[in-house]
Design a protein around this ligand. Structure first.
Ligand SMILES: N=CN[C@@H](CCC(=O)O)C(=O)O
Ligand SMILES: [Mn+2]
Ligand SMILES: [Mn+2]
Length: 335
C-alpha cells in the first residue's frame, strides 16, 4: 500500500463558486456549504466527504470512449449551485489523479483516502472516474476500521450497483469492466461472502459469458426492463433483500444505467435504460436505510455530455443521497 502524502489536507483543485443570494443558512448552496483544505476543511468528524478520482485508464483498457477523467470537477460544477437543506458538514478533500497508465497506483491511493474518510465521516462520496473507481472504493472500505479493517472481519458490507453492465469481466488487466470480479475474487480469497446486487442490466449489452459469471457468483440482478416505475415495489424489494443481509452498503452508480436521453455523457449510453425516477427512488431508499456508508458516481464523460444533462442528473442523485442520509442520521441521533 502506498500512502498519500497528505490525505486529510489535500488541496481541492476545484474552486467552489456560484450564485450567492446571501450569507444566511436559508440561502445556502453547495458552493457555500462545502469546506476544503483552502477554506478550512474542518478536522471534525461526521458529515459527508467528497473525494474525486480522475481516471480514464480503466475505460481506455476496456476499449470505451474516454472522458471520465474530467468527471469529478464536472460533478462538482453541477453540484455547486444546488440548494443545501442540511446542516451536515460537507468536506471536499480534493481529487486523486491517475498518472498515465498507472491505474493500480491511483486505485491504491484512492483506497487510502477512502479508508481514512470512511473512518471519520458518516458518508463518503467518490466522484469518478470510470467504473474502475469502484475498485479503489473497495480497497478503501477493506482498509477502513469501520467497514472492513482488522477488528471488524465479521462486518457484512454489500454492494448495490446501478448499471446496465455486470462489470464482472475476467481480464489480464483491471479495467472499468472488472471491478466487481475483482471484489468477488478478493472476498473469496479472504473467506468473505460476496454480496452483490445489480439493477438495470441490459440483456443485449452483456454476453452469455457475463450472465454465466453472474450465476456462478450468485449475483442478484434485475434487468432494465424489470426496473420500471410500475414495478418499483419489486425493485425496492430487491434492494431490501440486500439491505437485510448487510451491516453497511456500498452504492455504485454507473450513470450509463440511465436512458441515453437523460445521460448521454457516458462511454456507453443506454439504448433503453432505467428511468430516472426509479434510479432516484432507489437512491432515496438506500440512504434512508441508515446503512449507506460509501457511494461512487462513475462514468461521467463531460466531453460527451449535452448541456450538462448527465452531470446535472448525477448531481441531483448525490444531493438526494446526502439529504436523505442526513435525515437518517438525525433520526438515529447521529451515527
Ligand atoms: N464499465 C463499463 N463496462 C461495460 C462497457 C460496455 C461497452 O463499452 O459497451 C462492459 O465492460 O461491459
Ligand atoms: Mn455500465
Ligand atoms: Mn459499470
Amino acid at each position: 500500500m502506498t500512502s498519500d502524502p497528505s490525505p486529510a489536507a489535500a488541496p481541492a483543485s476545484f474552486a467552489w463558486s456560484g450564485r450567492t443570494d446571501g450569507p444566511g443558512p436559508e440561502h445556502r448552496r453547495w458552493h457555500q456549504a462545502v469546506c476544503t483544505a483552502e477554506t478550512g476543511a474542518g478536522d471534525g468528524r461526521g458529515g459527508v466527504t467528497l473525494i474525486g478520482f480522475a481516471s480514464d485508464e480503466g475505460v481506455r483498457r476496456n476499449h470505451g470512449r474516454p472522458g471520465a477523467v474530467e468527471g469529478p470537477d464536472a460533478l462538482r460544477r453541477a453540484l455547486a449551485p444546488l440548494a443545501v437543506h442540511t446542516e451536515l458538514p460537507i468536506v471536499d478533500t480534493g481529487t486523486v489523479t491517475v498518472d498515465g497508465p498507472d491505474l493500480e497506483g491511483g486505485q491504491d491511493r484512492l483506497g487510502d483516502r477512502v479508508a481514512e474518510a470512511v473512518d471519520q465521516h458518516d458518508l463518503v462520496v467518490v466522484l469518478g472516474g470510470g467504473h474502475e473507481t469502484a475498485w479503489g472504493s473497495y480497497l478503501g472500505r477493506r482498509r477502513s476500521t469501520r467497514l472492513g479493517g482488522a477488528g471488524q472481519r465479521g462486518r457484512r458490507v454489500g454492494v448495490l450497483n446501478l448499471d446496465a453492465h455486470f462489470d464482472l469481466r475476467t481480464a489480464a488487466a483491471p479495467s472499468s469492466g472488472t471491478p466487481f470480479r475483482q471484489m468477488a475474487d478478493a472476498d473469496r480469497a479472504d473467506g468473505r461472502d460476496f454480496r452483490y446486487t445489480v439493477l438495470g442490466i441490459s440483456e443485449p449489452s452483456n454476453t452469455r459469458a457475463l450472465f454465466d459469471a453472474a450465476a456462478e457468483l450468485d449475483v442478484r440482478y434485475l434487468t432494465d426492463e424489470q426496473c420500471t416505475p410500475t414495478n418499483l415495489t419489486a425493485v425496492l424489494a430487491a434492494v431490501d433483500a440486500l439491505l437485510a443481509d448487510v451491516d453497511a452498503l456500498h452504492l455504485s452508480i454507473d450513470l450509463d444505467v440511465l436512458p441515453a436521453a437523460v445521460a448521454p455523457g457516458v462511454s456507453a449510453p443506454a439504448g433503453y435504460g432505467v428511468p430516472l425516477e426509479v434510479v432516484h427512488a432507489v437512491c432515496r431508499h438506500v440512504a434512508a436505510s441508515g446503512k449507506l456508508a460509501l457511494v461512487d458516481v462513475v462514468e461521467l464523460a463531460p466531453r460527451l455530455d449535452v448541456d450538462q444533462r448527465t452531470a446535472r442528473t448525477g448531481a441531483r442523485l448525490i444531493t438526494t443521497l446526502v439529504h436523505e442520509a442526513a435525515a437518517a442520521a438525525r433520526a438515529d441521533g447521529g451515527r
